[in-house]
Design a protein around this ligand. Sequence first.
Ligand SMILES: *[C@@H]1O[C@H](CO)[C@@H](O)[C@H](O)[C@H]1NC(C)=O
Ligand SMILES: *[C@@H]1O[C@H](CO)[C@@H](O)[C@H](O)[C@H]1NC(C)=O
Ligand SMILES: *[C@@H]1O[C@H](CO)[C@@H](O)[C@H](O)[C@H]1NC(C)=O
Ligand SMILES: *[C@@H]1O[C@H](CO)[C@@H](O)[C@H](O)[C@H]1NC(C)=O
Ligand SMILES: *[C@@H]1O[C@H](CO)[C@@H](O)[C@H](O)[C@H]1NC(C)=O
Ligand SMILES: *[C@@H]1O[C@H](CO)[C@@H](O)[C@H](O)[C@H]1NC(C)=O
Length: 643
Amino acid sequence: MALPVVIMIVLAVALTSTIVFYTNSDYVPRITMTNGLFSIHKEDNSSVFFNVDSSSNYMDVCALPVYDVWHPSIKKFVKPYSPVKNCDKKREPITELKNGEWKILQKGANCSARCYKEDGYKNVKKGEWMKPGRVDCETLEAVCWEKQKEVYGYLHNQVLKKSINSTTIYKNPPNVFVFLVDSLSRGAAKRSLPKTLQFLSNTLKSVEFPFINKVGENSQPNAFALWFGKQVEKAKQIGGRELPVDWNTKQFCDRHLDNETHIFRDFANYGYVTMHAEDWSKQVIDSWPFCKGFKNSPVHHSMRPFQLAYEDKVSSIVKGSLEGKQCRLRDHAIFEYFQQWLTVYKDQPKFSWLWLNEPVHSNFNGATWYDDFYLEFFQKNQELFSNSFVFFMADHGFRVGNGDLFKSSIGNLEKSNPYLAISVPNEIRTKNPQILEILRKNAKSLQTHYDTRATFLDVLKYQPLSAFSDRKRINTPTEKGSSYLREQPEFPRTCGTLPIPQQYCICQVKTTNVNDPFLQATQGKRLINHINELIEKGNLTDICMKYEFKEVSEMKSLGVTNSTSTSYHMYKISVKVHGSPAHFDTLLMHNEKTDSVEFEKVTRLDTYGHSADCTGDRGFQKLCYCKVQQLLTTTTTTTKAPK
Ligand SMILES: *[C@@H]1O[C@H](CO)[C@@H](O)[C@H](O)[C@H]1NC(C)=O
Ligand SMILES: *[C@@H]1O[C@H](CO)[C@@H](O)[C@H](O)[C@H]1NC(C)=O
Ligand SMILES: *[C@@H]1O[C@H](CO)[C@@H](O)[C@H](O)[C@H]1NC(C)=O
Ligand SMILES: *[C@@H]1O[C@H](CO)[C@@H](O)[C@H](O)[C@H]1NC(C)=O
Ligand SMILES: *[C@@H]1O[C@H](CO)[C@@H](O)[C@H](O)[C@H]1NC(C)=O
Ligand SMILES: *[C@@H]1O[C@H](CO)[C@@H](O)[C@H](O)[C@H]1NC(C)=O
């Protein structure tokens, strides 16, 4: 692989009360002055940072993680990967859906097709078998038989134009296209998608934001931040303060969200045609595994009927046709649909959000194959994308375990550091070159999905008022973030000032290994008791194993102190148990005075896969190890880790 090797950059120094400064777009830290406030410390070779320490002044300072994405400690996990390896390229489809009509391309073949139509947002209605001719549905299953035996299957899709009132509030608003690759960290994007990123940066002049911090563990809470501007994951902010939650479980999960203001409605209200597509049917905000989500489609076009049909309704041959053996994946279907949608609504302003799980979610190297795939798609649409806002991004980094990945400090960091690059329409950046300057400036600080969201809203509602020339701050009290297209508020951007759970904070703090076996065992057992208690509270003791402490695999004291109490300690602790591969990890806050402990969200370092399937949709996948382990069979219903 001829991949560019980024030279490692080490050692940065912070100023008294500001963030680390950088000299250029490579984020090379400039050593300006030291005043003794922040220590620079090196660690062993498994940790590669630079380590400016923001422990003692986390409100004012964020030591940003600048590191070599090809450092040996992460490079050793990088392998080529292809989901269509050895696929049968010769198998051409023998049915076709084109211009609203379906056809059999092979003479004499005995084929029929049937429609799947949206029935609410979570169901599809199956139509009757039909012979070739016109169809009025977007999702069509075609099957051919020889004698009585099914020998061929294909799931077609098409975009049927709707009459959408796209009376826009502003004249000729720019298209906004979002490509979200689930679980793609900044580091993984650099390693896996070099050609795509180069195209974005060279051709579309995109600006990369290397310091995005996720605001929740998995996809759902991050989607809530992006689409609704709401914090839904309960957490503590650095220093121990409670991070306010906007919606509790009742509010974000146990009710339909149709009547809330969300990003798709916002764009539709301004005259945009909207589309959203995910490559699975459960979808990030609503159903994983049990939330109500939207009752009716929040967008003009979605691929949900396709995914629902694919997962639950179609024959196994049809299903197999999208699993790579015939060189075709669900992502092919999504991009074909998207391409059609672009054509069908050529003359209307468009807002789309593709949320792609398939590439990386469960595979650390999953994105590598997609480099050519994305590149080709972007190249094909170069002219359109050059004149649109394009957001290429992720929700969080890779987080489901891959051998010893999370023993590496880079692997750990990348979990919380999703990719983001933004490109501005050519016409706008030509007229207002400062728009790229402000983007580059803001890219040098810590940012969150709330700021990305504020940028969407700025593009939609506020920038058009000044033909995208306004760089001044604006006041949007209902939003937590600040647009990247403007000066951001002057306060230092740190995990102390932004709504970031301390558990996921990417700012670097001084850590010291805790080797005292007594302290390890005391706190390790407390964590295991805590997990057992959570299982008890969930009434799952019948089916889930009761854990027994085995050992602490790692314990680090984080230098973060809370100035009001010097007896407050924060530990990152990883614990193994007897009789199960479960390997737990969390932040533990210990108040020495009262000898009480508090825990952040417990996460898993091992790949838990199906080991908690017995809990069904009760939300205990991470904590439970089923007493009876179901054998992994090739049943069609697969349970996935939460997105
Ligand atoms: C770190 O790497 C250097 C250079 O490869 C090597 O000389 C040194 O022994 C390593 N240190 C540790 C603690 O592994
Ligand atoms: C075509 O396949 C269907 C379904 O198996 C079968 O019922 C029908 O008899 C077949 N028709 C011919 C002409 O073979
Ligand atoms: C389209 O929407 C605009 C703005 O909401 C409204 O003024 C107009 O009457 C609508 N046109 C049609 C044909 O519904
Ligand atoms: C320090 O901890 C105390 C007690 O947990 C808490 O009330 C206070 O808000 C914390 N201070 C900061 C700056 O986080
Ligand atoms: C949304 O509001 C409308 C009008 O008040 C109501 O009829 C509808 O049931 C609400 N939808 C949901 C999903 O709550
Ligand atoms: C567990 O069972 C108790 C008693 O039946 C009930 O009150 C509680 O709501 C249950 N908890 C959960 C999470 O189901």
